[in-house]
Design a protein around this ligand. Structure first.
Ligand code: F6R
Length: 248
C-alpha cells in the first residue's frame, strides 16, 4: 500500500479528482469506457464536489464513464433521504453528463429471494464492462471496505450482509436513532474490490488514525478487511495529516 498525506481533505480530494479526470480523458482518447467503482459516506463528498466543478468549469465530460457503487442499505427505497442512490444523484450524477444507463447502485428494493441472483448479475455486469479501472473506497472505524465488515473473506462475493453494531451506531444519526438504522446492506464483495486495476482509499480525521495504522501496518486479517489491500499492488491510501498521524 502506498500512502500519500495531504495537509487537508480538500487538497487531497482535488488530487484524487485530477487522477480520475486524467483516466477518464485517457479512455476517451482511446474511445473506451472508463469503469469507476464509487463509494458514498462523508469521505468522498469533497471529491464529488471537485468532479462536478471540473465538469462545469473545465469541461470534463463523463459520457464514457460507467459507474458501479459499492453498496446500498437493505431495505432502502431509492428516493429515501438515506438512500445511496439519492446520495449519488445529489452529489454527483445530477450535475454531470454521465448516461443514466451507465449508473449502477445496488438495489435496496428487491425481495429477499431475488438478492442472490441480483448480486451475481451485478458482478457479471462489472466483468462484462471489463472490470473496474479505478475503485474509490472509504474505510469504516472497524476497517470495513464497502460494507464488508470484520470477518468478511478475501474472496467474498457481492451479497447481503449484516451490518456491525459499530457501523450502525456510526449511521444512526442519519436515521435519527439506532432503532431506525438498517440492519443489513448489499455490498460489493472483497473479491471484486481486490480485482480492480487501481484502488484509492480516502480517510480523513483523527478518528480514522487507529484503523489506518492497523490497515497499513498491522497483520493482514479478516478482522480488518482493509488490511487485505496490503496484498495487492496499485493501491494508494490518500490521507489527511490527522488520519495519517499514527503511521510510523
Ligand atoms: C460507503 C462505504 C463505506 C464507507 C465507510 C466510511 O459506500 O462503502 O465503507 O466508505 O463507512 O464512511 P465515512 O466516509 O462516512 O466515514
Amino acid at each position: 500500500i502506498g500512502t500519500v498525506v495531504y495537509e487537508n481533505s480538500v487538497v487531497a480530494s482535488q488530487s484524487v479528482a485530477q487522477e480520475i479526470a486524467s483516466l477518464i480523458k485517457e479512455k476517451q482518447a482511446l474511445n473506451q469506457p472508463c469503469i469507476l467503482g464509487l463509494a458514498t459516506g462523508s469521505s468522498p463528498k469533497s471529491l464529488y464536489a471537485e468532479l462536478v466543478r471540473l465538469h462545469k468549469e473545465e469541461g470534463l465530460s463523463f459520457h464514457n464513464v460507467v459507474s458501479f457503487n459499492l453498496d446500498e442499505y437493505y431495505p432502502m427505497e431509492p428516493d429515501s433521504i438515506n438512500s445511496y442512490v439519492r446520495f449519488m444523484k445529489e452529489l454527483l450524477f445530477n450535475h454531470v453528463d454521465i448516461l443514466p444507463e451507465n449508473i449502477h447502485v445496488p438495489d435496496g428494493t428487491l425481495s429477499k429471494n431475488e438478492i442472490g441472483d441480483y448480486c451475481d448479475n451485478y458482478e457479471a455486469k462489472i466483468e462484462a464492462a471489463g472490470g473496474i479501472d479505478l475503485q474509490i473506497l472509504g474505510i469504516g472505524g472497524n476497517g470495513h471496505i464497502g460494507f464488508n465488515e470484520s470477518g468478511s473473506l478475501q474472496n467474498s462475493k457481492t451479497r447481503l450482509v449484516a451490518l456491525d453494531h459499530i457501523t450502525r451506531v456510526a449511521a444512526s444519526n442519519d436515521f435519527s436513532g439506532l432503532n431506525n438504522t438498517p440492519r443489513t446492506a448489499i455490498t460489493l464483495g472483497v473479491k471484486k474490490i481486490m480485482e480492480a486495476k487501481r484502488v484509492i482509499l480516502m480517510a480523513w480525521g483523527e478518528g480514522k488514525s487507529n484503523i489506518i495504522k492497523a490497515s497499513v501496518e498491522g497483520p493482514v486479517t479478516n478482522q480488518v478487511p482493509a488490511s487485505f489491500l496490503q496484498e495487492r499492488s496499485n493501491t494508494t491510501f490518500v490521507l489527511d495529516k490527522s488520519a495519517a498521524s499514527k503511521l510510523t
